[in-house]
Design a binder for this molecule. Sequence first.
Ligand SMILES: [Zn+2]
Length: 418
Amino acid sequence: MGDAVPVMAPVQRDIAAHTMGADYCQSPDCQINYGSGCDGNQKPSGVDTSTIARPKLGKVTYGSVGIYDCVNSGDIALTFDDGPWNYTGDLLDKLAKYQAKATFFITGTNLHKGQINDPSTPWPSVIQRMAAEGHQIASHTWSHENYSQLTTTQFQNQIYWNEIAFNDILGYFPTYMRPPYSICPTNTCGSQLAALGYHVVYFDLDTEGYLHDDPTQIQVSKDIWDDTVPGTNPCRSNFLQIEHDIHYQTVYNLTDYVLTSLFKSGYRSVTVGQCLGDPSENWYRAGSNAVPSYTFTPRAATGTWSCLTQSQTSTGTAPTSTLVVSSEGNCGSGITCQGSTFGNCCSVNGFCGSSINYCAPYPVMIQFLLRLPQEQHQPALFKSQLTEAAATDLRVLALGSGIAALNTGSVEALTTIA
Ligand SMILES: [Zn+2]
């Protein structure tokens, strides 16, 4: 989902991005097929991971055509590719300052930075810090090669060797990856990655920091963000954004702008796994160590336009409910989704959730109500379609979104329903 509809298909855009900037392609300083000395042909030291079982846990798709959208409304997953790099530590400082959580698609050896698990480099501690501060760590392959130029064995090494390095640093390795250049044909690469137990993640918002890495140009990236995110409804929208932490203006200029706007616009800053609703234990596979439990709670949105419970908290205008909060995901007959762990919206079928399938009918009905002259409001019509709890949710949504100030009659009609 997500409101962003890229003008150019994401795959095309990423190919353009990576071919325009030479620094992206300096995984090796020579082509992988023409020299054993190339960075990409140097296997990292560490325990082999290729024999570790790869059960496909959770509901998120493995391999196949890949993932372009978040699932949970109100979530924005910021992602950073190609690092870690010299700016990544400062980026982590910034994310901590905003209490934001990002996902890093990490390349094992590129830009002549050395191998990420080489203890003589800063990278092992930078990656350990990412994990310790609640960011998600994902793979962007060992040396950022183009899938279409690799043999099957070379491609498997691109996956396995990054796993060896991750396991050496963390004791576990990711189940999420993004293909370099976004090149990953479904029937070959996609099926190979499914067999290797990977979720293939693309994006639906590219703010193009790589194209505008200049103080006079980075405003273009801010404009892309501003044209896409602010003003959208976090009750119905989400975004899976792509950036690269190897670019100065992206880290030191654009990131502050994006994070300020993100929270102000009523969104949460979460990892890719969170925005897909995937339990954190599925984000990684155990290697030398078990996968640690994830204990971070996303910072609440602080904007004037936020969704449901956040509106209640920030405005204090939500009506007091005598309904019982759902403990099993059902709603109706005196059970409300408000404040439940399943999501705040009660679907027309009587189940709690936070995606568009659960929440969309209410804004649509409010808009319908607002379009009608007051004398034509037909509470009975809506009453026949809404459970009691859903009607309460609808009133909360109407109040929280400021519609009450626009049309008191509509809210009165809804009050009548509930
Ligand atoms: Zn890349």
